[in-house]
Design a binder for this molecule. Structure first.
Ligand code: GDP
Ligand code: MN
Length: 396
């Protein structure tokens, strides 16, 4: 589950990570009130108005603006709330901004120049270990840094038996070129950040920039936080942070009815039982020259109602040119699934894409007969290859 910057910062701060302070606002009045109270707390009169959407690159898209007065806080908020923010990470139509984060300005002048660093914590799946990735060249162009000067991206691998060790935090501060107070602040920051990552059951933290202020404090200015969905059951407070406006409508609906559905870009919808078979089916579609339009695991109980719900979800995607149903009848009998498909098809009335059904397992032959004799635009198959050939046939 992805979070907004303001929510991510809240979580970081709850584990002692120093952050750029801010308050979220949904209206210009709220924004001005937020700015006023921040000024009372921090004493700086300047603020930043930051669009809250689930996408990075907001600065480049005009979603992050410096306000030098309360009037500017108001006018920038009026401008940003309701806008379609287009960034390098959004689609061409962009994302609607519903809220802004009003923050203190932390790039104030002082004894040294503020410096921007990049830092992320993530799981290296190949090694099965958490990793801290960081760079002295943080800020808005980290992708270019990775491309042009990859030697400026460092990694620190964490052994799960020991956790992050003090020498590792010091190495990070050293590689970032820090000394004195800033060095100590950075080691504290890294420890707090790593603790937050582990305790919050996150799968990604990306803090870009981490800022060394002109008075040598180290703070998170941005926060991209992804919580591991599988751990949400033990973080009810994070689950409550879910913003459905940011999520794919079909995926939200699927989750509500307990179907595991992921929207993809292709043209062949798939309905499968079991995640492994779903992966194999997506491979099959690719081999047949198609592209999967979704991942959909209907689970063990593929009754008529579930099949119908699943069809409905798949058909909401206008790119779907064919649907491949690939179900193994182990616990559930194939003939029951076949009946479910036929019933769903008849109930829905308006399915105008061809459906290829592969049912294998208990009563597969009865199931095939049921489908072949239904009089519907449904192609049956028992073998994997047969199904693939039929997909190819209906696509061409
Ligand atoms: P992103 O563009 O979505 O990654 O949003 P960020 O939160 O990283 O903000 C974008 C940029 O705005 C940062 O890289 C900074 O250069 C700038 N910025 C953020 N906070 C401040 C601030 O307090 N003062 C000033 N002057 N600039 C800021
Ligand atoms: Mn950023």
């Amino acid at each position: 589950m992805n979070l907004h910057e303001y929510q991510g910062k809240e979580i970081l701060n709850s584990f002692g990570v120093q952050i750029q302070r801010g308050k979220v606002a949904s209206t210009p009045d709220e924004a001005v009130a937020a700015a006023k109270s921040l000024t009372e707390e921090t004493g700086t009169g300047w603020h930043v108005v930051k669009a809250q959407v689930h996408a990075g690159g907001r600065g480049k898209g005009g979603g992050v603006k410096l306000a030098k007065s309360l009037d500017e806080v108001r006018s920038l908020t009026e401008q940003i709330i309701g806008m379609q923010l287009i960034t390098p990470q959004t689609s061409a139509e962009g994302k609607t901004v519903h809220q802004v984060l009003i923050t203190e300005d932390v790039y104030y002048p002082g004894e040294s120049e503020p410096e921007e660093y990049y830092m992320s914590v993530l799981l290296d799946r190949a090694k099965g270990r958490n990793m801290i990735m960081y760079s002295p060249e943080g800020g808005m162009d980290i992708e270019a840094v990775a491309e042009d000067t990859p030697h400026l991206i460092f990694t620190e691998e964490i052994d799960p038996k020991t956790g992050l060790l003090p020498f590792q935090a010091r190495r990070i501060a050293f590689n970032l070129g820090l000394s004195g107070k800033a060095f100590k602040e950075m080691t504290k920051f890294v420890f707090a950040l790593y603790t937050a990552y582990v305790k919050s059951d996150s799968s990604l933290f990306e803090i870009n920039p981490v800022l060394k202020t002109s008075d040598n404090r180290v703070i998170a200015v941005d926060a991209k936080v992804t919580i591991d969905d599988n751990a949400l059951f033990r973080h009810k407070d994070y689950e409550a942070m879910r913003d459905l406006r940011e999520e794919n409508a079909v995926e939200v609906e699927a989750r509500e009815v307990g179907l595991s559905y992921v929207d993809l870009d292709g043209n062949v919808g798939c309905m499968v039982n079991g995640a492994g078979l779903a992966m194999a089916t997506m491979d099959l579609i690719k081999q047949a020259g198609g592209e999967p339009a979704n991942f959909l695991d209907v689970g063990g109980t593929a009754d008529a109602e579930r099949v119908e719900t699943a069809f409905n979800l798949i058909l909401r995607d206008p790119n779907v040119k064919a649907i491949l149903v690939n179900i193994f009848g182990g616990i559930v009998r194939c003939d029951r699934v076949a009946q479910g498909i036929v019933d769903a098809y008849k109930n829905m009335g308006t399915i105008n894409v061809p459906i290829i059904v592969r049912l294998q397992g208990t009563n597969a032959d009865i199931a095939k007969n049921l489908i072949d004799n239904s009089g519907l635009d449904v192609h049956s198959a028992i073998e994997f290859q047969e199904a693939a050939d039929k997909v190819q046939e209906v696509l061409s």
